[in-house]
Design a protein. Structure first.
Length: 476
C-alpha cells in the first residue's frame, strides 16, 4: 500500500532544529516554579538556579529521558469498543475542541455565551459521529459556579458520550476529582484510563506553578498528557517561523524530560501548536499558509522522537461556518499527510466559538482525510492492465458494468459522506437545493433530538453527586 507523506525539512534541517532546541534547554533553561521539582531535576544532573527558579537541562539528559516516552499510547473509553491507539502508522485520531467560551446557536445561528447544556449537546453529537473519536470539555459553561464549572463539564461529558474524554489540565485537586469520576465510571479499572489532559505551556520557556502541580499529579497517576506548546511567531515566539518551531520544540522536550524523570514511561503526546501573530489582523492566526508550514515541520520533529503527536487542523479563523471555514479546514489534511497521529477539531474563531453543525462538518472531513491517508494499493489487479485491454479503445467503450469495477468501486470510491453534494444539479435542486451548512445544521438537530448515548447507571450518578459535594468543600 502506497501512502502519501509530506515533508518540508531535510534530514540535516530536522537535526538542526533538534540541536538548536537542545541548546536552548541547556543554555537558557526553563522556569520551574516548584522547589521540590527543581530538587529532583538537580539530582538528575540539571543545573538549577533556585533563586530564579530556572532549570538548565543538559543535552544528554534530555535525549536520555525523551527516549523513555512510550511510542504507543492506548486511550480507554467508557465503552471499550471506543478504545483508541496513538502510534506511528496507525489511523489518525480526531478529537474535539476544548474550552470554547461561546457557541453559534443551532437555532438562531448567532453567537452567545456557552452554557452547561452546550457541553451536554456537543458530547451527544460527538457520541453519534463516527469519525470524531473523543469527547470532553468542549466549552466552558458560564451558567454554573465558576470554580466548579470544569467539574460540571466533566460530568456532562461522562453522561453524554461513551468515548474517550479530553480535559484541560486541572490543579492537583482537579486531577483527584477526575480520577474519582473515572474510577466510578470504569468500575473494575482493568482497562486503560478513560480520560486524558491537555496542558499548555503558558510562558516562554516556563511553567505556571499551579498548572505544574497538576501536571506532576498527572504524571504520578500516569494519566495520558498532551503537552502543548503554541508560541505565536512575532509575539510569544520569535519573528521567524523557524525560530518559533525551535522554541516550541524546546518547550515540549523540556516538559517531556520532566515527565519521564518524575515518572518514567508515563504516556505523553507531543502537541505542537506553533503559529503566528498576524500583524495586519492584530490577532493570532490558527490557520493559513504559515500554519501549514509549521504543521509539516512539527510532524517531522515528533516523528524524529517517535512520540505520538497532536496538533490543530480542523479549525478556522472564520467567525461563522462559511467558505473560509471550509478552506481553513484543509490544513488538517496537511497534518494527516505529514504523519500527525491526532488532529484536534478546534472550533471557529480560532477555537473560541463551538458550533454543533461544525462538528458534523468536521466528522465528514475526518472521514475523507482518513480515506486519503490510507493511500493507494498498487498491484497487478489494481493496475487493471488486462481490464483496459479487454475493454479496448473505441468510442462509447466504458468500464461501468465490468466485473472488475463491481469488485472494486466500493473500496476505490469514498462513499462515507452525508452532507457533501456530489450528484447532478437537477437532483440537488429537486431535494431542496440545500447548502452543506443547512444539511449539517439539520443533522446536528436530529442527533440532539433523537440520539441516546449509552446511559450512566443510577448508582454512578449518585457517586458523581457525592464527588461534587466533596469537591465543593475542597474548592469553595
Amino acid at each position: 500500500m502506497s501512502k502519501p507523506r509530506l515533508t518540508l525539512l531535510s534530514r540535516d534541517e530536522v537535526e538542526l532544529v533538534h540541536t538548536s532546541s537542545l541548546h536552548l534547554l541547556e543554555d537558557c533553561g526553563m522556569v520551574v516554579p516548584r522547589k521540590e521539582v527543581l530538587d529532583v531535576l538537580q539530582q538528575h544532573g540539571s543545573v538549577v538556579d533556585f533563586e530564579k527558579k530556572i532549570c538548565k537541562f543538559p543535552r544528554t539528559l534530555v535525549e536520555e529521558f525523551v527516549k523513555k516516552s512510550p511510542s504507543r499510547i492506548v486511550l480507554g473509553a467508557r465503552n471499550r469498543k471506543n478504545t483508541l491507539t496513538l502510534e506511528k502508522g496507525a489511523s489518525p485520531v480526531f478529537m474535539p475542541n476544548i474550552g470554547a467560551k461561546y457557541v453559534n446557536d443551532l437555532e438562531t445561528r448567532e453567537r452567545r455565551e456557552a452554557v452547561l447544556r452546550d457541553v451536554e449537546e456537543s458530547n451527544r453529537v460527538i457520541d453519534a459521529l463516527d469519525h470524531i473519536h473523543s469527547g470532553g470539555e468542549t466549552v466552558h459553561p458560564s451558567d454554573v459556579t465558576p470554580h466548579l464549572a470544569q467539574y460540571h463539564s466533566w460530568i456532562a461529558a461522562f453522561k453524554n458520550t461513551s468515548k474517550n474524554l479530553s480535559f484541560y489540565q486541572p490543579d492537583p485537586n482537579g486531577v483527584k476529582v477526575a480520577m474519582e469520576m473515572a474510577a466510578a465510571v470504569s468500575g473494575d479499572q482493568s482497562g486503560p484510563i478513560i480520560l486524558n489532559f491537555v496542558a499548555c505551556i503558558p510562558e516562554v520557556l516556563g511553567f505556571e506553578a499551579t498548572q505544574l502541580d497538576g501536571m506532576v499529579e498527572s504524571f504520578r497517576n500516569r494519566i495520558p498528557l498532551w503537552i502543548e506548546s503554541g508560541p505565536a511567531s512575532g509575539a510569544t515566539g520569535p519573528g521567524t517561523l523557524t525560530g518559533t518551531l525551535v522554541l516550541s520544540n524546546a518547550e515540549i522536550l523540556g516538559a517531556i524530560t520532566l515527565a519521564q524523570i518524575l515518572s518514567p514511561g508515563t504516556p505523553v503526546v507531543y502537541m505542537n501548536y506553533a503559529r503566528h501573530f498576524d500583524m495586519k489582523a492584530e490577532n493570532v492566526a490558527l490557520c493559513g499558509p504559515e500554519f501549514i508550514l509549521l504543521r509539516i515541520c512539527q510532524a517531522q520533529m515528533a516523528n524524529l522522537y517517535n512520540i505520538p503527536s497532536a496538533t490543530s487542523g480542523l479549525s478556522s479563523d472564520a467567525k461563522i461556518l462559511d467558505i473560509q471555514a471550509g478552506y481553513d479546514k484543509s490544513d488538517a489534511l496537511v497534518s494527516v499527510l505529514s504523519g500527525t497521529d491526532c488532529i484536534l477539531s478546534d472550533a471557529i474563531d480560532g477555537g473560541d466559538v463551538e458550533d454543533l453543525a461544525e462538528l458534523v462538518v468536521n466528522d465528514e472531513l475526518a472521514a475523507a482525510y482518513t480515506w486519503v491517508w490510507k493511500g493507494l494499493e498498487v498491484n497487478e489487479d489494481t493496475l487493471a492492465i488486462k481490464e483496459i485491454e479487454k475493454v479496448g479503445p473505441g468510442l462509447g467503450h466504458n468500464f461501468i458494468g465490468t466485473k472488475h469495477t463491481m469488485q472494486h468501486f466500493r473500496k476505490e470510491t469514498w462513499l462515507d459522506y452525508k452532507i457533501s453534494e456530489r450528484r447532478k444539479w437537477e437532483h440537488w435542486k429537486r431535494d431542496g437545493a440545500k447548502s452543506a451548512e443547512r444539511k449539517a445544521v439539520e443533522r446536528a438537530k436530529e442527533i440532539v433530538k433523537n440520539h441516546q448515548p449509552e446511559p450512566i447507571p443510577k448508582d454512578i450518578e449518585k457517586q458523581f453527586e457525592s464527588i461534587m459535594i466533596r469537591a465543593s468543600g475542597r474548592t469553595g
